[in-house]
Design a protein around this ligand. Structure first.
Ligand code: AHR
Length: 495
């Protein structure tokens, strides 16, 4: 049978939250220094006043990033935010314990806020629950959000920022469960501490949204933390990275595991809310996701992945998951935004867009509106996935997630157009796919296609001197008669 995609515009899942296309800027490798901020750039690429790299900000602007998470990541767990404010020549250099480097503190809270303003994005601060105290956290919140006549609000004014920043998103620690974390805790200890922090932070500013620190969404940690923190948090954060292990199929099927994880997170959240008798929602904030092989690109060396076409297809698979799960995921931050496991790579003389930039840009541009339920008949991949639990635990549900042809669809914000993201994960086979719009809509006519394809799965992008960009979006128009030929290992947005 020919693979088929069935879409019915009446079968609405949920509005696609634009915040699923958010970013993440950690003090790690060359994300901040040499990435978004390079005041001493010798090639005129930086703004003389702010030190921001204009070319980087322009590239990020074309991704429509609604929120940036900051300052970590692992970095935050030994970060003193107070070191990063005030006159730059008086800011202390400190040892940095996440990536074992030194932190100059030349970029801090006020610089981050001005970066967000320039990007027209909302700031999202992750709190230090490693070396940081509740007092530090309250002081940071006061510095950012208070309009009172109190010490830290006045310090912000003294530093030249009269108006509060009104930072809405605050998360309670980063990967506190991880053995690599400064201040690692058990789930019970974390839940107890985070509960007290949440109460106090909301006393100071009841308008903020708090985010609990989860693990993968399907871990015992998540179960314990959700149960304890459901009354006081607004989102639950989870992190998953997928990895190829040198195998394209493993690479592109990894996000299927994340999809299963999201279903489990949703169930754990529902259970916690039911048990506590709470009438509220706690959507997922997937505040770190991406393709990352820490052996290929170690964190201590700045995690500069050089992505190929296979990785770009894996990123498209990730984004299909977020659109399909629009009812569960309301925020997602690609980790990270510049240089560090990122769609953009800079040098002092310029930047290039990695292969992964293009599917991300297509989603952030096209896939808005209302997510539609999609049924796909596709040959299924039977091999292993990483993480592995999908295949081991899931029956039919898991299988559906591992079709070679992987699809998400939206009804456009103006309700007059169906947009379809079609990914063919198969390394060799081109499929003629039947696209059926049921039960009423007649398909046909001219359709715009934005295609990400190149002949070899191992094709990568680079600076002009290294061959330029082999993998990017090509735009065309086709006469659509109900069947669409989807090339082997390709991604396309139709709409
Ligand atoms: O994004 C890189 C790192 O991955 C983050 O600092 C940490 O939270 C995760 O382990």
């Amino acid at each position: 049978d020919m693979p088929a995609i069935h879409i019915d515009k009446h079968r609405k899942v949920a509005p696609v939250d634009a915040r699923i296309y958010s970013g993440f800027t950690e003090h790690m490798g060359r994300c901040i220094y040499g990435g978004i901020y390079e005041p001493d750039n010798q090639h005129g690429l930086s703004d003389p006043k702010t030190g921001f790299r204009n070319d980087v900000l322009d590239a990020l602007k074309s991704l429509n990033v609604p929120i940036f998470r900051y300052p970590g990541g692992n970095f935050v767990s030994s970060y003193r935010w107070q070191d990063g404010i005030g006159p730059k020549d008086q800011r202390p250099r400190r040892p940095e314990l996440a990536w074992l480097t030194e932190e100059s503190n030349q970029f801090g809270t006020d610089e981050f806020m001005s970066f967000c303003r320039e990007m027209d994005a909302e700031p999202f601060i992750c709190l230090n629950m490693g070396t940081g105290t509740l007092e530090d956290a309250l002081a940071w919140l006061e510095y950012c959000n208070s309009s009172a006549n109190t010490h830290y609000a006045n310090l912000r004014r003294k530093n030249g920022h009269e108006e509060p920043y009104n930072v809405k998103y605050w998360s309670l620690g980063n990967e506190v469960w991880g053995p690599w974390q400064v201040g690692q805790m058990t789930a019970e200890d974390y839940a107890k501490k985070a509960y007290q922090w949440a109460k106090a932070l909301k006393l100071l500013d009841p308008s903020i949204k708090l985010i609990s620190c989860g693990e993968t969404g399907h871990a015992n940690w998540d179960r314990i933390v959700l149960k304890a923190l459901a009354p006081v948090v607004d989102f639950h954060s989870i992190h998953i990275y997928t990895v190829s292990q040198g195998d394209h199929s493993v690479n592109v099927m990894g996000p299927a595991a994340a999809e299963k994880a999201l279903e489990i997170t949703k169930s754990l959240t529902d259970l916690a809310l039911i048990e506590a008798g709470l009438d509220k929602e706690i959507p997922v904030c997937f505040d770190e996701w991406n393709v990352w092989d820490p052996v290929r690109a170690p964190g201590e060396k700045g995690a500069e992945e050089h992505y190929d076409l296979s990785d770009a297809l894996a990123v498209a698979a990730w984004l299909n998951v977020f659109v399909r799960k629009a009812d569960v995921v309301k925020i997602a931050c690609i980790a990270q935004s510049v240089n560090v496991i990122s769609p953009i790579i800079t040098s002092p003389t310029g930047l290039y867009k990695q292969t992964t930039f293009y599917p991300l840009q297509l989603f952030a541009t096209l896939m808005h509106g209302t997510a539609l339920d999609v049924h796909v008949d596709s040959p299924v991949y039977e091999g292993k996935t990483v993480p592995a639990f999908v295949k081991d635990l899931a029956g039919k549900g898991g299988k559906e997630m591992r079709g070679w042809v992987d699809v998400s669809a939206v009804l456009s914000p103006s309700n007059d157009e169906i947009r379809v993201a079609i990914l063919n994960r198969h390394p060799e086979e081109t499929f003629a796919v039947d696209v059926r719009f049921g039960p009423i809509t007649e398909a046909g006519g001219k359709v715009k296609v934005y295609e990400v394809y190149s002949d070899n799965l191992t094709d990568t992008n680079g600076f002009e001197s290294d061959g330029g960009e082999k993998v990017k979006t090509v735009e065309k128009e086709i006469e659509f008669d109900g069947t669409y030929e989807v090339k082997k290992h390709s991604f396309q947005g139709l709409g």
